[in-house]
Design a binder for this molecule. Structure first.
Ligand SMILES: NC(=O)CC[C@H](N)C(=O)O
Length: 272
């Protein structure tokens, strides 16, 4: 089978596009970085690709709110093309700023009955940028990108990563519907996560700062759509695609394959 082609979408202020394209290529794809202006000019360009990825960074300088302006551009000018893309059994990934964009554009989670978004990403509880490694548990078996993974360690780097739902009852609904895919965890006794002990319901745990780095409701770090083919997450998988990226790689031997690379490989294998 031919290598899948990935469109890595960039906008003014995007700063993880090169690393993300490289990560996809390491996983066996062909990646192309494309400026949003090119796609606005010709939305049909999407048809040349199997995977759309919105990478991390500071699109439009986080003006108004992180990801907001790019989300509006997408919502007003590219929604039809993206829907068509998705319906043709394609994959969509949003990393950090890209997650903020996809969520605020209404692409990942369905709106409520009034057409309003059910969830958003807002300022971290610490009111500052959090740049650290976190422990994560996979809590939905629906997400294509997370197939075969139970636990992950990845770095986060964001100021507006706190996942909030407008109505607290909706969180459980999102969990039940399989939308909540990834949750922050605490490290366990042997340096592993405590996921084994509480694997059943990590969204109900109180995971304190800094393990939940932003105060996300339900410790939510990533969500997917109903098909599992659209996924957004705050941590950066492209920053852990080599064993040596992990701060403890000289002491522990369990970082092979690197956790971020598994996510990109899962996306590539979907087309094999
Ligand atoms: N690394 C990123 O993508 C950062 C996202 C966004 N600029 C924030 O600070 O929240």
């Amino acid at each position: 089978m031919a290598k899948p082609r990935v469109l890595v979408l960039r906008a003014p202020g995007t700063n993880c596009d090169v690393e993300t394209a490289y990560a996809f290529e390491q996983a066996g794809a062909i990646a192309e970085r494309l400026h949003i202006a090119r796609l606005l000019e010709r939305p049909a360009l999407l048809r040349d690709f199997q995977i759309l990825c919105v990478p991390g960074g500071f699109s439009y300088g986080d003006d108004v709110a992180a990801g907001r302006i790019l989300a509006l551009q997408i919502r007003h000018h590219l929604l039809a093309a993206i829907r068509e893309f998705h319906e043709r059994d394609r994959l969509i990934l949003g990393i950090c700023n890209g997650f903020q964009v996809l969520l605020k554009a209404g692409i990942i989670l369905p709106p409520d009955s009034d057409g309003k978004p059910v969830a958003t990403l807002t300022w971290n509880d610490t009111a500052r940028y959090e740049d650290r490694w976190v422990y994560l548990s996979v809590v939905s078996d629906r997400c294509v990108f997370l197939r075969g993974i139970r636990e992950l360690q990845l770095p986060v780097a964001h100021a507006e990563g706190k996942f909030v739902v407008r109505d607290a009852d909706w969180l459980e609904q999102l969990v039940r519907q399989g939308h909540v895919a990834l949750c922050y965890q605490m490290p366990g006794p042997a340096g592993t996560t405590t996921a084994q002990n509480i694997a059943s319901q990590p969204w109900q745990m109180r995971v304190p700062y800094p393990w939940n780095p932003n105060g996300s409701m339900g410790n939510v770090a990533g969500v997917c759509d109903a098909t599992g083919r659209i996924f957004g997450l705050m941590p950066h998988p492209e920053r852990f695609i080599d064993v040596t990226h992990h701060p403890r790689w000289t002491r522990d031997e369990r970082y092979d394959p690197p956790h971020g690379l598994i996510i990109f490989r899962n996306a590539v294998s979907y087309f094999e």
